[in-house]
Design a protein around this ligand. Structure first.
Ligand code: BGC
Length: 843
């Protein structure tokens, strides 16, 4: 037996962790079958020893870290004993950050000259003795890039990320020990980034990017030293002329004086930096994964479009940027913009980027070989259009990088239908493309916001594809911090619109997302931390209108972008009306209200808050009654005869007898030619609702439908990510619309959760798969399925293969978990190991 993957708050060996509570998790691997943990012991470097604890818990073991020293590396070890009498010990570490805002030694500084916000700041310093270690702590209003002695600090980008700056600003920690010399020079370059950029809609109230940093040095003899941001730093205009998340950037290499990155130089334009008054108290260490480069994508084709433009196709819609090499004369330019699609004539199409320019401009220095990639912006694209490029265009000089939050990938699905496989891959791309520090709606147009609706719709899929526990802990924490005094949850986080409205299905993310993170990872702390916010949200809804059990007032996005408005209307070109779908908004709102009340009751139960459990369980029951009274007609149909109305009613258990509602849902789909018509709020639950009513065969039909509207239709139209609209590109090649037409919106990708949980059958039951189920819904429309998921306990896998009238199943169960395998009448509990089971195929 061996222990692997020791983690603290989801992270391996985190450096700069300030949380008052630390949660330890580990995995057990063994060649034995049926391995369960009998006891564990957690020891932290002289400060804590749990002793041998008889327990099978191996995730989120809580330690009160309030009294830990700041800036200290703690080694910890975990020992585990299993039911075979074997034991193992794993040793790992974590390092605290500044722990308190009081430990910042420097001051906020901004540039000392007028004009362009893209300033560089410089400081030279000499080390007095031999060093043992050095850390750099830094945050910024805007985005920073740090160079230390000519080398970039950190392999991450776009820090400090997208924050709800008035509530919380994150700082990052870097181990810079090996980068320091006797004589040093540190250069920080700033850009507007999210906070001061167009994306923040001027709501941050700031005009100057600024930063706060310190390098803390420990010498070999134990003495300390530091270099912090203050007015002894100089500032000078950087070689960047322009940078904005939406608009791309402009860089003049001929203006870059590389000597300035090294000690002993100074710029002619040096002006001392100015101290800026800005708070420290809301600065917190970043404890989710940093933004990093993932895959490299090489161009597949250089296209001359009918308009005669030079376009490079990377073959994949992605988020990140292009890196290129170029040779030319000083002053020559490389200029290109980005697009997701070509129009039906094969021309470069950027209208759907709306006001986002996504324009990169590079002026050559004339050096032998020059290389550039953006530092202060990112683009969502498949194609670039070279508006200027000196010399011949050679595809070998271009490469694209996928850039996103560096979470661990955990899920895989494969079957014998190539379209379904492509759908799965497109969803993975869509997630990576949109999980860039916050979960965004899309990565390309002038939006890229943390829309709560999109995030809640997709979170189940997201948490299977990757470990997004730390990522959502950050985003949900900020969503909660931005909650209005009366409980209102804004529809985007960070709340860049300063909106005063909530929306059902969007704001409910405050309940849905923490519960999903708890279920996926066994993370009780997220429920504990956000419980009050969840309650406040439900109470906010309760206070709306004059019936406390209905939500029939206010503004709602409805079943966003569903197709059923068209079914009931004669025909309409009114895109505004179509957007909100055909399902009654009060029905949707009340359904989500019931679900949120239910989640609050369940959270209270998990947390042991008995009174609250009873209170919200009763509230849920009352909402359910009111729902039935208000929205079910005397003939038993719903007031909105739409797929989404039935789906929500079934999925959220709003009626006791599901059968007639299931029949209506099935009939509606059949009436629609066996096709879906759901929007953002119905689509994620449609197949779940059908499966629940026993109509799995119909789910397979929906999954495998190739023409519009379906999940496969966009693939047949060349999609490499998930589209915002079911018909972003119509049969005849026309666009749904020119300007509201993203080709990288993950919402409809939420079908992938159902592939894992129902087709492969991997379902959590308790505490992040401590107990789980494998109950595949096998159907001969596929011949085989293979799926695996790296849970907090280790790998779970499920595959099935149709073999005549038999089905061969293969499952694996990680140590310290219990799985119930179910197929038809067969039901058996399995503990760790790999098992093969052959059963009769059930039609
Ligand atoms: C976004 C959506 C979002 C919606 C609100 C759109 O502009 O792109 O994905 O949820 O607004 O309805």
């Amino acid at each position: 037996m061996v222990l692997v993957d020791a983690k603290v708050n989801y992270l391996k060996n985190p450096v700069g962790i300030d949380d008052d509570k630390l949660y330890f998790s580990w995995k057990i691997k063994s060649d034995n079958q049926n391995v369960m943990q009998k006891a564990y012991q957690l020891e932290i470097d002289g400060v804590y020893n749990s002793g041998k604890v008889e327990s099978c818990e191996s995730v989120f073991i809580n330690f009160d870290a309030k009294d830990l020293k700041p800036q200290t590396r703690y080694t910890y070890s975990i020992t585990v004993w299993d039911n075979y009498g074997e034991s193992d010990k794993i040793t790992s570490f974590f390092e605290t950050g500044l722990k308190s805002y009081k430990n910042w030694k420097g001051t906020w500084i901004k540039k000392g000259f007028e004009g362009n916000n893209l300033a560089s700041f410089r400081k030279e310093f000499i080390l007095k003795k031999e060093i043992e270690s050095a850390r750099m702590y830094i945050t910024a209003l805007g985005i920073y890039k740090v160079m230390l002695n000519g080398e970039k600090v950190g392999d991450n980008f776009l820090a400090p990320g997208f924050n709800a700056v008035s509530e919380e600003l994150l700082y990052q920690t870097y181990d810079v020990t090996s980068m320091l010399r006797d004589k040093n020079c540190v250069v920080v370059t700033l850009a507007n980034g999210w906070t001061l950029g167009r994306i923040y809609h001027n709501q941050s109230g700031l005009t100057n990017p600024a930063f706060l940093s310190q390098i803390d040095i420990t010498y070999k003899d134990g003495t300390k030293d530091f270099v912090s941001s203050d007015t002894s730093w100089t500032s000078y205009p950087s070689a960047w002329e322009r940078a904005d998340i939406y608009d791309g950037e402009s860089y003049d290499a001929s203006k870059e004086n590389k000597d300035l990155y090294y000690y002993g130089n100074n710029s002619e334009d040096d002006v001392y930096a100015i101290k800026m008054i800005y708070p420290y108290m809301h600065i917190k260490s970043q404890t989710h994964e940093y933004i990093k480069k993932d895959k490299k994508v090489l161009p597949v084709e250089l296209i001359k479009t009918p308009k005669g433009e030079d376009v490079i196709d990377f073959g994949q819609n992605l988020t990140g940027w292009v890196k290129f090499k170029v040779k030319g004369n000083k002053g020559d330019k490389v200029i290109y913009d980005h697009a997701e699609v070509l129009d039906k004539h094969g021309n470069f199409f950027i209208e759907n980027m709306r006001s986002a320019k996504n324009l990169i401009e590079y002026t050559l220095s004339g050096e032998d070989c020059e290389e550039f990639e953006p530092s202060f912006s990112f683009q969502g694209f498949r194609y670039i259009r070279l508006l200027k490029f000196p010399g011949e265009i050679n595809l070998n000089d271009f490469e694209a990088y996928l850039v996103h939050t560096d979470y661990e990938k955990t899920g895989y699905f494969e079957c014998d239908n190539e379209y379904v496989n492509k759908l799965f891959q497109n969803v993975i791309w869509g997630q990576d493309d949109n999980f860039l520090d916050v979960p965004t709606d899309c990565p390309q147009r002038d939006e890229r916001q943390g829309w709560t609706g999109d995030a809640q719709v997709f979170i189940k899929t997201a948490a299977l594809n990757a470990n997004v526990g730390a990522f959502f802990t950050k985003w949900l924490g900020q969503l909660a911090k931005e909650q209005r005094y009366d409980g209102l949850i804004h529809p985007v986080c960070p709340d860049v619109f300063l909106s005063e409205n909530a929306s059902s299905g969007w704001s409910d993310a405050i309940c849905i997302c923490p519960m999903e993170i708890y279920n996926a990872y066994g993370d009780t702390k997220i429920l504990e931390t956000l419980f009050t916010n969840m309650v406040k949200w439900v109470e906010y809804v309760r206070a709306q209108g004059d019936n406390e059990f209905l939500w029939n007032t206010g503004y709602h996005y409805g079943d966003w972008l569903s197709l059923d408005y068209l079914l009931d209307a004669d025909s309409t070109d009114d895109k505004e009306a179509v957007k909100f779908g055909g399902t009654d908004k009060s029905l949707i709102a009340t359904a989500f209200y019931a679900n949120s009340a239910f989640i609050v009751s369940q959270s209270a139960k998990i947390l042991g808050y008995t009174d609250k459990y009873i209170e919200y369980k009763n509230l849920y029951e009352n909402i359910k009654k009111a729902y039935q009274k208000e929205f079910i007609k005397s003939d038993g149909t719903l007031i909105s005869h739409t797929q989404t109305a039935y789906t929500l009613t079934i999925y959220f258990n709003l009626v006791d007898d599901l059968e007639p509602f299931g029949k209506n849902l099935k009939a509606l789909i059949e009436k629609n030619g066996n096709k879906l018509s759901t929007g953002f709020l119905g689509a994620p639950y449609l197949t779940y609702a059908l499966s629940k009513c026993g109509y799995t065969d119909l789910c397979y039909d929906l999954l495998l439908t190739e023409d519009f509207p379906s999940w496969i239709y966009p693939i047949k139209k060349g999609a490499t990510t998930i589209w915002e609209h079911w018909d972003g590109i119509k049969e005849n090649g026309d666009f749904w619309s020119e300007e509201m037409n993203s080709f990288n919106h993950y919402s409809y990708g939420s079908i992938v959760a159902w592939l894992y949980t129902n087709v492969a059958g991997i379902k959590y039951v308790e505490k992040g798969y401590k107990t789980f189920e494998i109950s595949p819904q096998v159907n001969k429309k596929l011949n085989y399925v293979k799926s695996h998921y790296e849970s907090m306990y280790g790998e779970i896998s499920s595959s099935w293969n149709i073999n005549g009238e038999k089905v061969d199943f293969k499952i694996s169960v990680p140590c310290n978990t219990t799985c119930t395998f179910k197929y038809g009448d067969y039901k058996k509990a399995y503990q760790s190991g790999t098992y093969e089971i052959t059963l009769d195929y059930i039609n």
